[in-house]
Design a binder for this molecule. Structure first.
Ligand code: HEM
Length: 540
């Protein structure tokens, strides 16, 4: 017997003891001054047991959704904030619906989003070029040029979606084809979005589109893994995630760099000589380059940095849009076929398309009111987070709420119970049901807003587009940091649905395939769906 053989059981016990202690310390919030005050709030999910916070944090991996609904019914609806432990974010103060407006309109120096976002996606490890995260003028491009130019971009998106559907869903009008719905939505959305972001050849390069998918998922899943690792060990997870993100970045860079360099070269020549024979394309990449020039900082024109900005816009837009498209498909083709919902939507698309002279333009797309309602309804039922929109109280004096009187100290992490609000029967009658036309009916919206919780909102009675924000529909966020890409996303989703409804049959599924819930996140399973091209179909 060697010394090692003898020592192994003792060493294992010692190592386990140290690990439990470190984990206990890491997840324990007792030393945290913010937590001391917050502990006075009701906590859902915490048991009276040893290492209570550690164990509750670990359980949050499976039970966050249950806790959010329990706490919402017990406290949130009575306008009482409550806490749920969370593996990756520590104790989260769940804001009751009536307090959302007051809190989420507070200035940045009181309630911060940037530091929280940097932690949420662990920019230190996931974003190779920190300048892209810190000086994020790609957001301006989304908010301004991309949104203002939807007229130019809509035919491009339609063209790429037609090609994408033909490639991934096929053109056979006789035989059904099985497609993995999540992956095919990712491919379709990546191609269409990049038609608008950077045009051909990249938007048709299947390898590039897969890399966008892989980089995005590595950033988000990697960040979740880092945040779920006890603090003393985060650098280990971080390094691993960093290597994975860089691997996909390098591969995507190889494909992006020649395109970006050519653009920068042409843009520089045009700047130097206005008679230079080149018309700048109207797309996201070109507007990014314009912003780089506008910054007055030559370092922004580095081709690798510009490429990373393009990749970053994909990171923040691809999965959320594909997730929504995938949910709308699952919601529509699990409605009762006898309800005629799919046929009504198809008729709307046919009428609008014919009136527009057989072309999908921005103007035509805005007329698809029923499709818009179906998308908003699907986003209501399946937001990507059970509790989301995290913010941190950063002001040294904290934040004091009135009725009920409550002080939230500096360091408090806030989040909104998105799914419980979206599924509250007092706000949305028959809330668990997918009612595709709920938001197209003025009466339906009035009923929602005149519910007891939202009586102060009852004035807004018009039917609501998916891009309209309110504190009972949080799919695109709320307040000044609500999604600036929502106009682009909705426009793209409507083109997507119109092309699908006009050109493909989808086989009805017996029941709505469930989403997977892990911590606060909801994500799709890659369900096979049977599709077939309609004969004599209308394309773009
Ligand atoms: C259906 C698709 C989408 C969904 C569900 C979605 C959802 C959201 C949500 C909920 C937020 C707010 C996060 C918070 O307050 O903490 C957000 C922010 C953001 N989204 Fe989207 N998004 C979508 C598509 C897009 C697209 C297509 C783009 C870009 C073209 C985009 C760009 C952004 C940016 C830049 C922010 C950060 C805004 C800021 O920090 O001020 N999103 N998105």
């Amino acid at each position: 017997m060697t010394v090692l053989d003898f020592a192994t059981p003792q060493l294992a016990v010692l190592a386990a003891a140290i690990l439990i202690f470190v984990l206990g310390r890491a997840y324990s919030r007792k030393d945290d001054s913010a937590s001391k005050v917050l502990i006075s709030l009701p906590i859902v999910g915490l048991r009276k047991e040893w290492f209570a916070w550690t164990l509750a944090s670990l359980r949050s991996y499976w039970f966050t959704k249950d806790w959010a609904f329990d706490g919402y019914l017990k406290y949130g609806k009575a306008n009482q904030p409550f806490i749920i432990p969370s593996l990756d974010r520590g104790p989260m103060v769940i804001v009751p619906p009536k307090q959302i407006k007051k809190l989420y309109d507070l200035p940045e120096d009181v309630l911060d989003i940037h530091a929280v976002q940097n932690v949420t996606i662990q920019t230190r490890w996931t974003i190779k070029d920190q300048e892209v995260a810190d000086n994020d003028f790609q957001i301006n491009v989304v908010r301004n040029q991309i949104t203002r130019n939807l007229g130019t971009l809509t035919p491009v998106i339609a063209r790429e979606l037609v090609l994408g559907f033909e490639q991934w869903w096929g053109v056979n009008t006789e035989q059904w084809r099985e497609v993995k719905i999540w992956d095919s939505c990712l491919k379709l959305v990546a191609g269409a979005s990049n038609g608008a972001f950077c045009g051909t050849p990249l938007c048709r390069d299947a390898k590039f589109l897969d890399l966008l998918r892989d980089h995005g998922i590595t950033v988000f899943a990697g960040a979740l893994a880092i945040n779920s690792t006890p603090k003393p060990f985060r650098a280990i997870t971080g390094k691993f995630v960093n290597l994975s993100c860089n691997y996909y970045f390098r591969k995507a860079l190889k494909l992006m760099l020649p395109v970006v360099k050519e653009r920068l070269d042409n843009a520089a020549k045009l700047k130097a000589d206005t008679s230079y024979n080149w018309t700048p394309p109207k797309d996201g990449l070109q507007w990014l380059i314009d912003e780089c020039y506008a910054s007055g900082d030559p370092a922004q024109l580095d081709p690798e940095r510009v490429s990373f900005r393009l990749l970053f816009v994909n990171d923040i837009s691809l999965h959320s849009t594909a997730y929504t498209a995938h949910n709308v498909i699952l919601d529509l083709w699990t409605t009762d076929p006898a309800s005629g919902v799919v046929e009504t939507l198809t008729d709307e698309c046919k009428t609008v398309f014919q009136e527009a002279g057989g072309k999908w333009t921005r103007e035509a797309i805005t007329k698809l009111k029923l499709v818009d309602s179906a998308i908003r309804e699907s986003m209501r039922l399946a937001p990507f987070a059970t509790v989301g929109l995290p913010r941190c109280v950063v002001h040294p004096d904290g934040v004091t709420l009135k009725s009920p009187e409550l002080h939230l100290p500096q360091g408090s992490m806030l989040a909104i119970p998105i799914e419980p609000i979206h599924q509250d029967n007092d706000i949305y009658p028959d809330a668990k049901k997918f009612n595709a036309f709920r938001f197209a009916q003025p009466g339906g919206v009035t009923d929602i807003l005149s519910s007891a919780n939202f009586a102060d909102e009852a004035a807004q009675q018009a039917p609501k587009s998916t891009v309209t924000l309110d504190n009972a529909f949080l799919g695109f966020g709320f307040g000044k940091h609500a999604c600036p890409g929502r106009f682009f996303a909705l426009n793209e989703l409507k083109v997507f649905m119109a092309l699908l409804l006009l050109n493909y049959d989808v086989q009805y599924m017996p029941s709505r395939p469930p989403l997977t819930n892990r911590i606060w996140l909801k994500y799709p399973q890659d369900i096979p769906v049977r599709v077939r091209r309609k004969p004599g179909t209308l394309l773009a």
